[in-house]
Design a protein around this ligand. Structure first.
Ligand SMILES: [Zn+2]
Length: 240
């Protein structure tokens, strides 16, 4: 049975990391690991769009933009969400070199507040994507769902920081991919509530084989696992 929703995946070739994944390969992995849907964000965005068109019900998209592109970025967001039914925006402050609470991000957040879509950010790497930088943004946009991809990533201080900042802001959500400590998923659930945690694999950089298992051995059980592995994503990304 396919039931899991993967909230963090990519298509394409990434020579720097020596990994690549095309849509056929992604669907094969999804079928094998009981994944019903993947939330994909890729550059160019057309890659995600094509996959979504070819696999309705299996692939959902987030539109990936660089806020420094100004009006062009805003137009792209409007087009992909309004016309193509993408579920939100993906931002990568580390690669594009801005702080999450810098004014350059505001026009996108204004749009998110207006239309009610979530914004997923890469998190966990200095100098641009540390968890504490999301506090001001979350305070400024209390109605926008802000998802911290990787929930602080590989460093214990940053992982704790992500939980801390989510505890102070009800509109911050944590996505589990790439974060090495299974126990921190249960801890996060206890601190902020299980409803604000999302499973992700970050494939092809990560793999569902161990990312799903990481959630399953976190110490959480039954309904809580179902929420993290499926239901929370269905709600946050407004998937019907
Ligand atoms: Zn990623």
């Amino acid at each position: 049975m396919k039931w899991i929703v993967d909230s963090h995946t990519h298509l394409g070739e990434f020579p720097l990391f020596n990994v690549k994944l095309d849509i056929k390969g992604m669907i094969e992995i999804m079928d094998k690991y009981e994944i019903e849907r993947s939330i994909v964000f890729s550059l160019p965005n057309e890659l995600t769009l094509e996959a979504k068109k070819n696999y309705p019900g299996r692939i959902e998209g987030l539109v990936w933009i660089n806020p420094y592109e100004g009006e062009k970025a805003i137009e792209t967001v409007k087009e992909y969400i309004g016309k193509y039914g993408f579920k939100g925006v993906k931002l990568h402050p580390l690669i594009d070199a801005y702080l999450p609470d810098q004014p350059i991000v505001y026009p996108i957040m204004d749009l998110a507040a207006k239309y009610g879509f979530p914004v997923l950010f890469h998190s966990g790497h200095p100098p641009w994507s540390l968890p504490w930088h999301f506090h001001n943004l979350a305070q400024r946009y209390p109605d926008v769902k802000i998802i911290l991809g990787h929930m602080g990533h590989g460093h214990i201080v940053y992982i704790n920081g992500a939980i801390e900042v989510a505890k102070r802001n009800d509109n911050i959500y944590l996505e589990t991919s790439g974060m090495p400590m299974h126990t921190k998923i249960k801890e996060a659930a206890e601190e902020i509530g299980v409803e604000r945690i999302l499973y992700g694999s970050d494939m092809p950089f990560g793999h569902p084989a161990f990312e799903i298992e990481k959630v399953k051995v976190s110490g959480l059980k039954g309904e809580d696992l179902k929420k993290i592995l499926r239901e929370n994503a269905m709600k946050i990304f407004s998937i019907k």
